[in-house]
Design a protein around this ligand. Sequence first.
Ligand code: FES
Length: 99
Amino acid sequence: MCDLADLKDGEARRFDSGALRIAVVRIGDDVYALGDRCSHADYSLSEGAVDADERTLECWKHGSTFDLRTGEPQTLPATRPVPVYEVSVREGTVVLVLP
Ligand code: FES
């Protein structure tokens, strides 16, 4: 998908694959991939802030935070999870497994 070095530590970046929008987050050597569309309304999660300690991504529009590991919302107003995708790093390259 891209090199790990292309992802800024502690930030999210959006990738599009067909109709899918994916927010990819790097925290150190860990990489997470979530659906980029907030479950509360159609806003891009990759434009929100990453909390490296809590491992969450915050929706910039109304402030819901989503667990990077499960996609579950941690705070209102979102009540439904966003999808999480399998992602790994192989020899410095980020590999995303899409359904
Ligand atoms: S659009 Fe994300 S919390 Fe409202």
